[in-house]
Design a protein around this ligand. Structure first.
Ligand SMILES: Cc1cc2nc3c(=O)[nH]c(=O)nc-3n(C[C@H](O)[C@H](O)[C@H](O)COP(=O)(O)O)c2cc1C
Length: 216
């Protein structure tokens, strides 16, 4: 069962689906070197909705399972502890209703985490940066460094978690560029406000936002 909408967040008109099975990632893009050369942060987005197939491809590149036998993912992880979970706020995604969804790498699907209209609140928590409102989707990186600390030590847990977030983000940047989409990284936001909005528990923190959408 998803959690109820946070205080100050409007309820959805109709109940969003509890689970969204994502289409199989199938895209084969440009050579890596061309994608690296073309990669730029894009701050202007068109009102055309982001396709679910594109979002699927992006999430697979970020955290998808690439070795099902061993449960290994697209981005590297300290000791395979995977301390970063990806949550999606679909501002404007074809076929996705209002709410915040959690990406589940196993099963390659989105699970409704919180129903409610979070677009305004997330935009505000990101210090009013306009592109947080206009991009097709906001991907929120929720870190749980304790997963690393359990295997290694407390001191290196946060460092490894943030480094991993960087790897994930780079995959998102390159995949979005390869798809001809706009993409951007955001570190300018209130982690406290984001944590409150999502109702995160002790030891969890939003550490990064990435945006994707059709370019203007
Ligand atoms: C950790 C990090 C945080 C960032 N935070 C923001 C941000 O809050 N707002 C913004 O407009 N750009 C942000 N950016 C994007 C940078 O401004 C951008 O990457 C930089 O200008 C270089 O441009 P390029 O990505 O097109 O090469 C961030 C980038 C990184 C790596």
């Amino acid at each position: 069962m998803p959690l109820a909408a946070a205080a100050g967040v409007e309820a959805c008109g109709t109940e969003p689906p509890a689970v969204v099975e994502l289409p199989e990632p199938a895209f084969r893009g440009a050579p890596l070197e061309e994608v690296i050369a073309a990669r730029r942060t894009v701050r202007y987005y068109s009102p055309e909705p982001l396709g679910l197939q594109d979002l699927s491809q992006i999430l697979w590149s970020a955290q998808g399972i690439t070795d099902p036998d061993r449960g290994m993912r697209a981005a590297p992880s300290a000791g395979g502890t995977y301390p970063v979970d990806l949550y999606v706020q679909p501002n404007n995604v074809f076929g996705l209703e209002c709410g915040v969804y959690r990406y589940e790498p196993v099963g390659h699907r989105l699970v409704l985490y919180r129903a409610g209209r979070f677009r305004d609140a997330i935009h505000e928590a990101a210090l009013g940066q306009r592109w947080v409102y206009t991009a097709g989707a906001v991907i929120l990186f929720v870190a749980t460094p304790a997963r690393v600390a359990e295997k290694y030590d407390e001191a290196s847990a946060l460092k490894s978690t943030l480094l991993e977030a960087g790897h994930i983000s780079q995959n998102i940047y390159l995949q979005a560029t390869s798809l001809g989409l706009g993409v951007g990284a955001i570190g300018g936001f209130s982690a406290e406000a984001m944590g409150r909005l999502l109702g995160l528990g002790e030891g969890q923190k939003v550490v990064y936002l990435n945006l994707v959408g059709n370019r203007r």
